[in-house]
Design a protein around this ligand. Structure first.
Ligand SMILES: C[S@@+](CC[C@H](N)C(=O)[O-])C[C@H]1O[C@@H](n2cnc3c(N)ncnc32)[C@H](O)[C@@H]1O
Length: 311
C-alpha cells in the first residue's frame, strides 16, 4: 500500500467512523446443515490456525472474553478450550433462531442478535479481548463500514478482531471492491479481507489528514498533494498502521469451491483522528438503523455470572 493514497469511505464513515460431544449430539438434527457447511478439512485447519493466532495475541487466554459467531454446532468451542480459553468466557452471537436454540440447548452462552449491533452496544467498562466474525456473507459496503467503525472504537482499543468473508457471491461485495478500485490501481488481489484492511488503512490515513490540518476534501488529488507536503508524517503513519494493526491474512476453499478470505487484526483505536474520538456513536447507530442490544447483553452476562458462581 502506498502512503500517498487514501482509500475512499462512505459519507457516514466520513462523519464518524464447552461442552462435550455428548451435549452436542442433541443438537445434531437442528444443526445438520451447519455441520455440513462448516465441518470440512480446509475450514477445520483454518479454525485451528485462527485460534492458535488468537492464543498468541492475548495476554492470558483463560481470562480472555470472546464474542464470536459460533454457528449451531459451535465447532470453535472445543479448539478454543484446547488453546486455554475458558468456556464461560466464550460468548456466541447468533441471529438465526434455530441456531440460537441449538446453542442454548447445548448450554452455550449466546446473545441473540446481529454481530455489529451487539458490539456497538457492548458495555465500555467490560474489556472485550476478541471479536470473531466468521460471516457467511461477502464484504458488503455497509458491513465494511460498520466493522471499520468497530475497529476504530476507543472501547475496543485492546480487542483483537477476526473477520471472515465469502469471496464473490454477493453482488454488493463486488460493489465495495469496485468502489475501492475506482481510486486507482491499488490492489490486484481479490482477497476480501485485504480489501477490508485497505478500507481501514484509508480511514487511518484520513485520520492523519485531519490531524495534520488537511481540509475535509475527498478529491484524491488534493489529498495526495497534502500527503506529499507532509510526507515524513505520512510515512510514519504508514509504518505505524502495520505495526499497530498487525494484519494476518488467511484464505481457504470450501468443499463447494467457494473461497473465504479472512484477517486477524488488532484494533485501530490509536488512529489519530479527533473526529472519531468525539463522534456521536448513537447518531451513527440510528442512521444505520441499528437496534439497541444492551438488555440482551446484560441478560446473558448475568447468566454467565450465575453459572460461574455455581461451578
Ligand atoms: C459461518 S457460521 C460460523 C461457523 C463457526 N465459526 C465455525 O467455524 O464452524 C456463522 C453463524 O453466524 C450467524 N451469523 C452470520 N452473520 C451474522 C451476524 N451478522 N450477526 C449474527 N449472527 C450471524 C449465522 O446464522 C451462522 O450460524
Amino acid at each position: 500500500m502506498s502512503a500517498a493514497r487514501v482509500a475512499p469511505e462512505s459519507a457516514l464513515t466520513r462523519r464518524v467512523a464447552a461442552g462435550s460431544s455428548r451435549e452436542l449430539k442433541g443438537t445434531a438434527m437442528a444443526a445438520n446443515g451447519a455441520e455440513k457447511q462448516y465441518k470440512f478439512g480446509t475450514k477445520n485447519n483454518w479454525r485451528r490456525t485462527v485460534w492458535n493466532e488468537l492464543q498468541s495475541r492475548v495476554t492470558k487466554p483463560a481470562d480472555a472474553i470472546v464474542l464470536y459467531l459460533a454457528g449451531a454446532m459451535d465447532l470453535d468451542s472445543q479448539i478454543a478450550r484446547e488453546k486455554g480459553f475458558a468456556a464461560n468466557n466464550l460468548i456466541a452471537i447468533e441471529r438465526d433462531a434455530t441456531a440460537l436454540r441449538a446453542l442454548r440447548g447445548a448450554r452455550r452462552l449466546a446473545i441473540a442478535g446481529d454481530f455489529c449491533e451487539i458490539l456497538w452496544d457492548w458495555p465500555e467498562e467490560r474489556t472485550l479481548d476478541i471479536a470473531f466474525g466468521d460471516f457467511c456473507c461477502g464484504l458488503e459496503t455497509q458491513l465494511a463500514n460498520k466493522l471499520l467503525m468497530l475497529t476504530l472504537a476507543p472501547k475496543f482499543k485492546s480487542t483483537c478482531f477476526v473477520f471472515n468473508f465469502l469471496r464473490g457471491r454477493d453482488q454488493s461485495s463486488n460493489q465495495f471492491r469496485s468502489n475501492v478500485d475506482s481510486v486507482g490501481p491499488m490492489m490486484q488481489s481479490k482477497h476480501r479481507a485485504e480489501y477490508f484492511v485497505l478500507h481501514c488503512y484509508g480511514a487511518w490515513m484520513r485520520g492523519g489528514v485531519m490531524a495534520t490540518g488537511g481540509n475535509d476534501d475527498w478529491d484524491t488529488e488534493i489529498i495526495d498533494a497534502h500527503v506529499r507536503a507532509n510526507q515524513p508524517t505520512f510515512d510514519l503513519l504508514h509504518r505505524r498502521f502495520g505495526e499497530t494493526v498487525k494484519p494476518r491474512f488467511l484464505s481457504y476453499r470450501s468443499t463447494s469451491g467457494q473461497t473465504f478470505d479472512s484477517v486477524i487484526m488488532n484494533s485501530m483505536a490509536p488512529a489519530h483522528c479527533p473526529e472519531w474520538r468525539t463522534s456521536d456513536w448513537k447518531n451513527v447507530a440510528k442512521a444505520w438503523g441499528m437496534r439497541s442490544a444492551g438488555r440482551r447483553i446484560a441478560a446473558v452476562m448475568a447468566h454467565r455470572t450465575m453459572r460461574s458462581g455455581s461451578h
